[in-house]
Design a protein. Structure first.
Lengths: 596, 292
């Protein structure tokens, strides 16, 4: 039996590897229900997660049916995105039947039927033209040819040509696919998995397709040519280039037709033919429509995925009712005390709050689909190199070095001039990161950072930090908390008790504290706390008043402080405490002082 | 238990040899090189001896893999007295050479006696925790396959957290793994690194960082609780705390926090051996927990 289990494992592993090689093809097809652009990756990670979480040390007496059930349970828990969840549900339904270890062709038909039922029932508003359609067609075709072969896997393989035809018809079922000139990505992913299965028996060719970004760029060149350059009297070099493009190599049918028509149009003009082909205006319209087909109105912006777990069984119906009105594409899967939820919504925070009513959220992922889409279609699209980066904006060379050494991926030292929105957009884009946690050292930068975040091509999670110490605080603590998926980092900025010291430029009385011109004053918790004539006195007095059970006092010296070792002076006053002094280089305050 | 089982390990357990509650236990000593001179654990050459020299004389030291000849001799000496030998070895990703030697020796004796090599995926207390739980297992079974399977579960459910004030000691030994991210801080920080038994790569990972011992101790306790939730473990079966005795206050604070907030059947206050001082460096301490 161990041998059989090992064979199944190898087969799954090979199919998973096969899919990984084709995931980009599937990613490029993704336009339904909204352009997440990661269907291929989601399916790949769903399968990989299932395999990675299946234990190596299985009981000796485990049977293949039980093993498949184990994989399907793990697949469901590790599923990502709509397609990953639907695929998991289908497999879950199949393995519920196969758990009886009957692998006859008749029982496999029952399994496929149950897989379809589970997948359709688990999907909110199931629509045809998607992966579900291919599952349903597999059931139909398998049933039709069931008597032709004995081996049920060969029967599945024999269904593949029919499923390819079905996939080609998905644009007729969903207008958005037709508009975009692609087939359904989830359906294509499902077919690739079946082809991977076939490959376990035979070999197959890798499908080739034009990357979407290239297709969009070709379209943009055509549009540019038609809108601007052709107005010039001198013949355009771009026109020559377009005429030499091999339209036959463009697999996207819609773009193929546009290229062909533009070529004909150019040829007609050159040779002075007449009115046989579409006019320039009609062609301009075609290129604009092609471009806009990739910019649909995204009604619900955030693709939100959560896994909720509780001590007791969760009422999935109540869970569904609680969040169904927050968006669309809702999928709830799981059983017992653990459920996985996928929803597209404009209010991810509200969804999260509501789900907390049912248990602890053990995993969460929120993707801004507009952002991903904008990057996807732009001419200067960014190839993301990292999943996540931490970006700090700070004044002071010393703090820049400190934050970098504590693990910030990029620190921008703005000195005295706060960065512009454009500068921030450029910096955010230059990180080439899909998700960015951005934190400034000044509340005054927050507005421009928020605007920059809306313009850049990454998902930006802004931490409303207001000084350099809160940035240090952000980077301290548990490494895995700095993670966009759990948002815990937002609570970390206030973990370090601290105050600032500055010198008064005029006589004043604020927050009930009188400050004379030239005196030093302490700001604590956003208010003037006390003032004294000398730096050492004001620092010592503040420490005295604020000290509880802290043991380390850290002094961060500002840019304009010259030759003053404050820490050494304070050590004499507080011999029981440990003092450290660092150069912060900040311009706003003479000193930041922390108590830890 | 009908079979006569010998357990072999090394002086890299985070506990003293006298704290191993098993009569048929033998251990090897890791060679430690200071300059060109080789040292082995003894009353004179202890962890505190090396840690003191690190601080006062700024010496550098490195460990070597276990001696193939010594391992062979030890098995040869016992081959006729036992029916099964189990070797609990430090993580193969931390010392591939030692695990390879153990495998070669196993192959050499395959016709004479069955040898099970357990890759603990751990060092210091983590290896000790796997060893102590293995002793519990062989009280209930002497079937080779069952032992192997259950030992595998122990390994994937054992987790270690190390406070290493100076990561350069680990870095010099080439074992820093993913914790490299915590190196080179301008601020004086206390890095916490970990070895997670459920990580097949078996690499050292960064767990977090803090400025005070209180902060990092709380961080460790939170991390253990988080891991228990993830593993759905209600109780720690065995925990080993050990470290540089010069940081006794910090270690005691960790012990107090642990006792006060983590349900544990068997909390052991261990000790470091000579070779372990190289991994931990001055001021280093650790807690290892087994959840199976």
């Amino acid at each position: 039996m161990q041998q059989k289990i090992a064979e199944i494992k190898i087969a799954f592993d090979n199919i998973s590897k096969y899919f990984w090689r084709h995931k980009e093809y599937v990613n490029r097809l993704n336009v339904f229900p909204v352009p997440d652009g990661d269907t291929g990756l989601n399916i790949a990670l769903t399968i990989q997660g299932a395999l990675a979480n299946t234990p190596d040390n299985l009981p000796d007496n485990i049977l293949p049916g039980e093993f498949l059930k184990l994989i399907s349970d793990n697949m469901l828990l590790n599923s990502r995105g709509c397609s990953g969840v639907i695929l998991s549900l289908f497999f879950e339904g199949m393995t519920e039947v196969l758990e009886n270890n009957d692998f006859s062709r008749e029982n496999l038909l029952k399994a496929i039927e149950n897989g379809c039922i589970t997948a359709y029932n688990g999907t909110e508003n199931p629509r045809e033209g998607t992966m579900l359609t291919l599952m349903s067609e597999l059931k139909m075709k398998y049933s039709e040819i069931i008597t032709t072969k004995v081996n049920p896997l060969e029967l599945i393989i024999d269904c593949i040509p029919h499923l390819k035809e079905t996939l080609d018809k998905t644009p007729d079922m969903l207008p958005i696919l037709k508009q975009a000139g692609v087939v359904d990505s989830g359906g294509a992913g499902f077919l690739i998995l079946l082809e991977g299965l076939e490959r376990e028996f035979n070999s197959r060719k890798t499908p080739e397709t034009l990357p979407l970004s290239v297709a969009l760029k070709i379209n943009s060149v055509l549009k540019d040519l038609l809108v601007k350059r052709y107005l010039r009297k001198k013949r355009s070099d771009t026109g020559t280039l377009v005429q030499s493009l091999g339209a036959g190599n463009i697999s996207n049918t819609r773009l193929h037709n546009i290229v062909h028509n533009v070529q004909q149009y150019l040829k007609n003009r050159t040779h002075n033919h007449n009115n046989k082909y579409p006019t320039r205006e009609a062609l301009k319209k075609d290129t604009k429509e092609f471009e806009s087909s990739w910019n649909p109105d995204i009604r619900y912006r955030y693709c939100t995925e959560l896994t909720v777990s509780s001590d007791k069984d969760i009422d999935s119906q109540a869970l569904k009712e609680q969040i169904i009105n927050y968006g669309d594409s809702l999928i709830i899967s799981g059983r017992g005390n653990t459920y996985k939820i996928h929803i597209h919504t404009n209010k991810p925070d509200s969804v999260i709050k509501n789900i907390y009513l049912f248990g602890n959220i053990i995993l969460r992922k929120v993707d801004d689909m507009k952002k991903q889409h904008r990057n996807f279609i732009s001419y200067d699209s960014i190839e993301y190199e990292k999943e996540q980066s931490v970006f700090c904006i700070v004044s002071g060379e010393g703090f820049k070095k400190i934050l970098q050494s504590l693990g910030a991926d990029y620190v921008y030292d703005y000195g005295k001039r706060k960065p512009s929105v454009k500068k921030l957009v450029d910096l955010l884009n230059s990180l080439k990161s899909k998700n960015i946690i951005a934190a400034p050292d000044d509340g005054d930068i927050l507005m421009s950072l928020k605007y920059a975040a809306s313009l850049c091509k990454a998902n930006v999670f802004i931490v409303e930090s207001k000084n350099a110490i809160s940035l240090i605080s952000l980077l301290m603590g548990k490494t895995n908390e700095i993670n966009k998926t759990n948002f815990l980092f937002r609570d970390r900025i206030n973990n370090i008790k601290h105050f600032m010291i500055s010198k008064s430029a005029k006589e004043s009385s604020v927050d009930g504290v009188a400050v004379k011109k030239g005196d030093f004053f302490v700001i604590y918790n956003g208010k003037i706390f006390l003032s004294e004539k000398t730096l050492k006195d004001v620092a010592a007095e503040a420490i005295n008043k604020l000290l509880n059970d802290e043991s380390i006092i850290t002094v961060y010296k500002g840019l304009h402080v010259k030759g003053n070792n404050l820490a050494a002076g304070l050590k004499n006053k507080f011999p029981g405490l440990e003092f450290e002094e660092y150069y912060g280089g900040q311009t706003q305050y003479h000193y930041y002082i922390t108590l830890e | 238990m009908n079979k006569r089982i010998l357990i072999i390990s090394a002086d890299n357990l985070g506990i003293g040899i006298d704290q191993v509650p098993y009569q048929h236990f033998e251990y090897l000593k890791y060679p430690v090189l200071v300059g060109e001179k080789e040292y082995r654990e003894s009353e004179t050459y202890s962890a505190s001896w090396l840690l003191e020299r690190f601080v006062k004389e700024k010496i550098t030291a490195k460990s070597s893999s276990l001696s193939r000849a010594e391992m062979t001799d030890l098995i040869e000496k016992n081959v006729n007295n036992y029916d099964l030998i189990i070797q609990v070895v430090m993580g193969s990703n931390m010392s591939a050479a030692t695990f390879n030697i153990a495998e070669e020796v196993k192959e050499k004796f395959k016709d004479l006696i069955p040898v099970i090599n357990i890759d603990s995926r751990q060092v210091v207390g983590g290896t000790g925790a796997v060893l102590l739980r293995l002793i519990d297992i062989i009280k209930t079974t002497d079937d080779d396959e069952t032992i192997k399977k259950q030992a595998g579960e122990l390994v994937t459910n054992t987790f270690s957290y190390y406070v290493t004030p100076d990561l350069n000691y680990l870095n010099r030994g080439g074992r820093i793994g993913k914790a490299k991210a915590l190196l080179g801080s301008v601020l004086r920080v206390l890095p916490v690194i970990g070895l997670m038994g459920d990580d097949p790569e078996g690499l050292i990972i960064p767990v977090g960082q803090g400025r005070t011992f209180k902060q990092v101790n709380s961080l460790i306790i939170n991390s253990i609780r988080e891991k228990m939730n993830e593993k759905k473990a209600e109780v720690i079966t065995v925990a080993i705390i050990s470290g540089d005795e010069s940081k006794r206050d910090a270690i005691d604070d960790l012990k107090r926090e642990f006792e006060g907030s983590i349900p544990c059947k068997n909390l052991i206050y261990g000790k470091l051996h000579l070779v372990e001082a190289i991994y931990m460096g001055p001021g280093g301490y650790s807690v290892s927990v087994c959840m199976k």
